[in-house]
Design a protein around this ligand. Structure first.
Ligand SMILES: [Zn+2]
Length: 150
């Protein structure tokens, strides 16, 4: 599969999150062999858990399956720029590459805000590729918040 099809899987998770009334963000974790090892969407409301972001849920599932707290050689695809919490967790998990869609000026922690991966306390910095499938990810978020305001 190409990186666009992995991002399509992440977008499908974001859509499913929106259908559950969650902020539409989806993530997919890819193993070193190119296999999908975990996929998740936001579940903060459902689980009453402010840490239940798509990235964290995907990390937890993949680490549980691997029996390891670290996922070297793994790639994470997520529809929105990760927040500082998720960025720190991705670094702790030793993720190799991060692909994300839309920028998040409000809560992002990669290219803005605390810029976790540029911080001297960050011990592992993944390769970062942004703007992958950004337009549909942004549209999902805009539609979701417009519907909630309306
Ligand atoms: Zn997050």
């Amino acid at each position: 599969m190409s990186f666009t099809s992995y991002m399509d899987l992440a977008l499908a998770e974001a859509q499913a999150a929106a259908a559950r009334g969650e902020v539409p963000v989806g993530a997919v974790l890819i193993g070193p062999g190119g296999q999908v090892v975990a996929r998740a969407g936001n579940r903060t409301r459902e689980l009453n858990d402010p840490t239940a972001h798509a990235e964290i849920l995907a990390l937890r599932a993949a680490c549980a399956a691997a029996g390891s707290e670290r996922l070297p050689g793994h790639d994470l695809y997520v529809t929105l720029e990760p927040c500082p919490m998720c960025a720190a967790a991705l670094s702790n998990a030793r993720i190799a590459r991060l692909y994300y869609g839309a920028a998040d000026p409000k809560s992002g922690g990669i290219a803005q805000g605390p810029r976790i991966f540029s911080h001297p306390q960050c011990h592992h910095v993944p390769e970062v590729y942004d703007g992958i499938g950004a337009a549909p990810a942004e549209r999902l978020l805009k539609d979701f918040f417009a519907a909630r305001r309306g």
